[in-house]
Design a binder for this molecule. Structure first.
Ligand SMILES: Cc1ncc(COP(=O)(O)O)c(C=O)c1O
Ligand SMILES: [Zn+2]
Length: 466
């Protein structure tokens, strides 16, 4: 028998709420003008073993429990048992992703052969890791009877939300900013039929609005799907379970992940804490969160200003000071890795907690270095979108710093598919901002640039080019 509940993460509060309630922050803390995130917690007595999960891996994906076994999230359902019955689960076979032993790339970034692994979350149905979380949040939305669901998005969240909304017959609404959005992602939201609102603002503005609508205008019945929703993070824990499963349950030395709104790293810390509490693992890997230099609030707070979780009593004033400085200077986040172009990550406290659980580090990487490592991922494996490559660039930096040893096992999370943002790739290889196949190739920009060669419509010229 399992009892699931929601709990405030602030140790001085710790208020609990039922899973049939909808909150995106703690109501009791709100009464004292504090904002505190919620966790999903379990009072658990069911025993579970890694063998149970592994046995389900071969399932074809039939109805009922077969569909759950087929999912790379619900295969691990005893580790996220917040639903009341399996009929509530909304699944599309998400999470059947790949852990690649990236041997050639390992050598390029100073790691030993067989030490670097790439977790390709771009192989999810909507092309990014978001499907891991959406399946869980939609399951909760169905549990509480939601009809309309919404999110703010830099692109991937909206694609995933739109896909699950059409599948579950809920109305999907997405808020996107007016800046750059990768066209691959926007096209998905449009195609899957979500109402797409393009707000005259950036991601942080969109999130503020949709958050306000979901929490203060409850009569509109809009269920919030951003990663401030604790049920989403329950699904994202499964990325860690699959990595362990692919490694025969051997814990790696490092997990390296890009950080934007900081949902993933938060979920990873919780996943390892729970596995250790349940006696399924006896050590946790270290965590490296990699931000873009142009959108680096966690780097600024954790690495430069030494803000620590401190068992929940972190320095809230330091965070407020940073945000006030950003306001005063008119700071706007900017990076080629548009998925992580976020100035005020909502999961900051949980990320600090994950960094404590996993003895973590945070680094920042500039855009040119991100793009260079994206090209390396493409050349030595199969590609990823710019934000994802920050994890590989960050690993390279940490190896150079001597923080990661050449003989340690490192798993980088490649969060999104290469085809999400083809413009970034084509621009890197050709130096042309808007690729036009008729135009002559310009001098290439990137070190690994591989521009198309113009060749005359003539056999001898083609053979000469070969
Ligand atoms: C491809 C990709 N990578 C990384 C991130 C950042 O993830 P998180 O918000 O969990 O830090 C996102 C979020 O949109 C994303 O789409
Ligand atoms: Zn509270």
């Amino acid at each position: 028998m399992t009892i699931a509940f929601q709990q405030c993460i602030d140790p001085d509060c710790g208020a609990t709420y039922g899973v049939d309630e909808v909150h995106v922050s703690c109501p009791r803390c709100a009464e004292h003008d504090r904002v505190s995130l919620l966790d999903i917690r379990y009072d658990q007595t069911d025993d579970v073993s890694f063998e149970t999960f592994e046995r389900r891996w071969m399932t074809k994906g039939d109805e009922g429990d077969g569909a759950l076994d087929f999912s790379g999230v619900w295969r691990f359902r005893e580790l996220l048992p917040f639903y009341e019955s399996t009929d509530q689960v909304v699944t599309i076979g998400e999470g059947r992703t790949n852990l690649q032993d990236a041997r050639r790339l390992a050598g390029e970034i100073g790691l030993g052969r067989g030490r670097l692994f790439l977790q390709y979350e771009g192989l999810n149905p909507s092309g990014s890791f978001k499907d891991n979380g959406m399946t869980a949040a939609f399951t909760h939305a169905r549990l509480i009877g939601a009809k309309r669901v919404a999110c703010a998005s830099t692109g991937n969240t909206s694609a995933s939300l739109a896909m699950f909304a059409s599948l579950s017959e809920m109305r999907g609404i997405v808020f996107i900013g007016s800046g750059k959005i990768a066209l691959g992602k926007l096209s998905q939201a449009l195609d899957y039929g979500a109402r797409t609102l393009q707000i005259q603002g950036d991601f942080d503005d969109c999130l503020r609005h949709v958050h306000q609508i979901a929490t203060e205008r409850r009569e509109l019945g809009i269920y919030l799907m951003n990663s401030v929703n604790p049920f989403r993070l329950e699904g994202q824990k499964a990325i860690m379970y699959r990595i362990l499963e692919a490694r025969d349950w051997n814990v790696p030395d490092w997990i390296v992940v890009p950080g934007g709104n900081l949902g993933n790293c938060s979920a990873f810390g919780k996943a390892f804490l729970e596995l250790r509490e349940r006696g399924l693992i006896d050590r946790v890997p270290r965590l490296a969160v990699i931000q873009a230099s142009g959108a680096n609030p966690l780097y600024e707070l954790y690495t430069k200003r030494h803000v620590r979780w401190n068992d929940g009593r972190y320095d809230r004033d330091a965070v407020d000071r940073l945000y006030a400085e950003m306001d005063d200077s008119g700071y706007k986040p900017h990076t080629v890795a548009s998925a992580i172009e976020i100035a005020r990550p909502v999961n900051l406290p949980k990320a600090l907690r994950a960094l404590q659980i996993m003895d973590g580090v945070v680094r920042e990487i500039d855009d040119d270095t991100i793009l260079e490592h994206k090209a390396m991922v493409g050349r030595f494996g199969f590609g990823c979108e710019p934000a994802s490559a920050a994890s590989v660039a960050g690993t390279h930096l940490l190896v150079e710093e001597g923080v990661i040893g050449a003989g340690e096992d490192v798993v980088c999370i490649l969060t999104g598919h290469e085809l999400k943002d083809p413009d970034a790739t084509v621009q890197y290889h050709t130096g042309i901002e808007k690729p036009d196949p008729q135009a002559p190739a310009l001098p290439p920009e990137g070190r690994l640039a591989n521009p198309p060669m113009p060749v005359a419509d003539d056999l001898e010229a083609i053979i000469a080019a070969l």
